[in-house]
Design a binder for this molecule. Structure first.
Ligand code: NAD
Ligand code: IPM
Ligand code: MN
Length: 356
């Protein structure tokens, strides 16, 4: 089993190092090879996703990814910006199905910004379509307006679009996932305003006919954002487009106590996967040794389960994470009175010890 390791920028290398430590401790004989990506690759090779890095990713059974991006690259031409690396990997590898589970561990109920009773026992799964929508739609760009409120003025535009097969396949992923859980899907759209999302809603409704055992509910995205903080446990599987999924998953991360707790898996139709925390490169805390590595460690567990056929090893990692939380160890993002504040490396070491 070959894993491409792409640490990236900011806290990326710090958190990926801890995940690798945990994987190594499991002694599964995994072969790992690293390559630069994002701003680090731009510095080293002049491009955020060099051909060699893409090749390594394409040839691997799975990819463990840290994060990319830094404010200092925000003025580069868009194709050279670090974020293009993760977007390019998703597109080039066809990683259309993004799983972002938001689970509130018992020990972190108090770390959530919501009242404990709202999040205790929370276990929802956000399924985000990852290779379509306004993220990738063409045309896009800048031009002079020929109509609208200010004809002749500079304007910028992006294109929101989805094709039938794109919506069908992500809908199937969601219904299949729901069958293994509580058999409830909420499809989140903006069909009241956007044609793209009326189309989305119609197709999800059609695909649902093949899954009569699963309950389907449609919800507008503005209401979904509100319901997520009002009564998050009312949801089970949420399926939505690329941009709404990006926003709602960051919102959902705070239900679990911290954005540093939310792992993710991005899969293609060959079950090849890229595994990364849902958060970014956190330039504000990079290099300080305080980043929470648990989202990345939990992403490694998802990798073992989804791409490497090692469900028991995945269970062991998840149990170890629960154990360190039960020991009271907390990185600053989830630290509170009565718990022990630890850094990134200490947290990783503790997970390794807890593997037993
Ligand atoms: P961010 O997720 O990097 O950080 C948001 C806030 O959460 C910050 O205060 C940060 O310190 C905190 N945070 C994030 N991860 C944490 C962790 N593991 N432990 C403790 N605290 C954590 O989002 P941002 O600040 O909006 O973006 C920073 C950069 O990351 C940007 O360049 C952005 O484009 C990029 N980004 C990359 C990815 C990715 O690589 N997939 C995802 C999101 C953002
Ligand atoms: C994420 C990030 C990315 C996204 C950015 C960095 C391109 O926010 O993985 O959630 O918007 O998908
Ligand atoms: Mn995001």
């Amino acid at each position: 089993m070959k894993i491409a390791v792409l640490p990236g920028d900011g806290i990326g290398p710090e958190i990926v190092a801890e995940a690798i430590k945990v994987l190594a401790a499991l002694e599964l004989g995994l072969e790992m090879e690293s390559a630069p990506v994002g701003g680090a690759a731009y510095e080293a090779a002049g491009h955020p996703l060099p051909e060699a890095t893409l090749k390594l990713a394409q040839g691997a059974d799975a990819i463990l990814f840290g994060a990319v991006g830094d404010w200092k690259y925000d003025t580069l031409d868009r194709p050279l910006r670090p974020e293009q690396a993760i977007l390019g990997l998703r597109k080039r590898l066809g990683l259309f199905a993004n799983f972002r589970p938001a689970i509130c561990y018992e020990q972190l109920v108090g770390a959530s910004s919501l009242k404990p009773e709202l999040v205790a026992g929370l276990d929802i799964l956000i399924i985000r379509e990852l290779t379509g929508d306004i993220y990738f739609g063409q045309p896009r760009g800048r031009r002079q307006a020929t109509d609208g409120h200010f004809p002749g003025a500079d304007e910028a535009f992006d294109t929101m679009r989805y094709s039938r097969p794109e919506v069908e396949r992500i809908a199937r992923v969601a219904f299949e996932a729901a069958r293994k859980r509580s058999k409830r899907v909420t499809s989140v759209d903006k069909a009241n305003v956007l044609e793209t999302f009326q189309f989305w809603k119609d197709i999800v409704t059609e695909v649902h006919k093949d899954y009569p055992d699963v309950e389907l509910q449609h919800m507008y995205v503005d209401n979904a954002a509100m319901q997520l903080v009002k009564a998050p446990k009312a949801f089970d599987v949420i399926v939505t487009g690329n941009m709404f999924g990006d926003i709602l998953s960051d919102e959902a991360s705070m239900l679990t106590g911290s954005i540093g707790m939310l792992p993710s898996a991005s899969l293609n139709d060959k079950k090849q996967g890229l595994y990364e925390p849902s958060h970014g490169s956190a330039p504000d805390i990079a290099g300080k040794g305080v980043a929470n590595p648990l989202a990345t460690i939990l992403s490694a567990a998802m990798m073992l389960r989804f791409s490497l056929g090692q469900p028991q090893a995945a269970d062991r990692i998840e149990a170890a994470v629960k154990a360190v939380l039960a020991q009271g160890l907390r990185t600053p993002d989830i630290h509170s009175e009565g718990t022990t504040r630890v850094g990134t490396v200490q947290m990783g070491d503790a997970v390794v010890r807890a593997l037993g």
